[in-house]
Design a protein around this ligand. Structure first.
Ligand SMILES: [Mg+2]
Length: 306
């Protein structure tokens, strides 16, 4: 039923839509721009998500946001009416902690990030240092002289950090001089556009450290396959019977393609049907990969078929 330029849900009959819904039993969904915008649920999104859960689909919220723990995501989701628990949330801070746990990491992490990361590390018993403000006092020469690397540090984890500073970059890169020290980036989202300004995203911070360290990080967030590995290992998910829903083609839809999932784009966030059309006509196969299997104006459009 899929076309090379994506299938518009509205072009399918009710029975075709129901058949399609029966082809997946796991649903992964992005949050911002799909189920809510900031603190407002999108129309009928709560009903659709709660119906998926009622209909025994395995459901996961997959977010690149590294500033909240899974518990904090559950609290926000519940407040907005989504009937989800801890097992329904996959965040990049959680993935970073799980990645280290799977490696039986027993040293300390130098964290460029917030409590979103440090609390997930605490939850798996991994020690950490570095979170919070770290600003230059006195001259740079004095700061360099005073810096004593902690010999216990065996990994650098970089996420969103509103206290990111020159000293943090210096410390992170210094630890990363040792090739044995692991380098983990939570995600590489460039920025959050706001009406009157641009808020630098985690990718800006990760890239600053990458440049200075002259090393590439292992990136946890969409569109990288780590999420898929965790889902297959920890939750026994079958990629072919999994649907990834998103509003952004180069993270959400690409994650789906990278993992062999089915994909659905909703037009309540970043990308829309006109973008898909452009991607579909590209000569570059990497760009054509951004075309979702199915697209629709909003997640709520699925409600009549659930
Ligand atoms: Mg989004």
């Amino acid at each position: 039923m899929y076309s090379n330029s994506g299938t518009n849900l509205a072009s399918l009959s009710p029975s075709e839509i129901k058949d399609w819904i029966n082809t997946f039993d796991t649903v992964l969904t992005d949050c911002d721009g799909v189920i809510w915008v900031d603190n407002t649920p999108l129309p009928f999104a709560t009903d659709v998500i709660n119906k998926f859960i009622e209909n025994n689909k395995k459901l996961f919220f997959v977010t690149n946001n590294s500033t909240k723990t899974r518990n904090e995501f559950v609290a926000k989701s519940n407040k907005l009416g989504f009937n989800v628990g801890l097992d329904n949330i996959i965040s990049t801070a959680y993935l970073a902690a799980q990645y280290l746990k799977a490696k039986h990491f027993d040293k300390k992490c130098y964290v460029v990030g917030t409590t979103g990361i440090t609390r997930e590390l605490d939850a798996v018993g991994i020690r950490h240092t570095g979170a919070g403000p770290d600003v230059l006092q006195g001259t740079l020469g004095e700061a360099v002289h005073a810096f004593q690397p902690d010999p216990e540090v065996g990994a650098v984890v970089v996420g969103f950090d509103e206290h990111f500073s020159f000293l943090k970059m210096m410390r992170a890169a210094s630890y990363l001089n040792d090739p044995e020290v692991l380098f983990i980036g939570t995600n590489t989202d460039e920025r959050f556009p706001m009406p009157d300004c641009v808020i630098p995203g985690t990718g800006s911070i990760v890239n600053a450290v990458t440049t200075c360290a002259e090393r590439e990080p292992i990136v946890m967030g969409k569109p990288n396959k780590h999420i898929c590995d965790i889902l297959e290992e920890e939750y026994k998910v079958d990629p072919k019977r999994t649907l990834m829903i998103g509003d952004r083609c180069n993270t959400d839809i690409l994650l789906g393609k990278n993992c062999g999932f089915q994909t659905l784009l909703v037009e309540t966030g970043i990308h829309n049907a006109a973008d898909i059309e452009k991607f579909a006509q590209s000569n570059d196969p990497d760009v054509r990969k951004l075309v979702p299997d199915v697209y629709t104006s909003k997640l709520g459009d699925l409600l009549p078929y659930l």
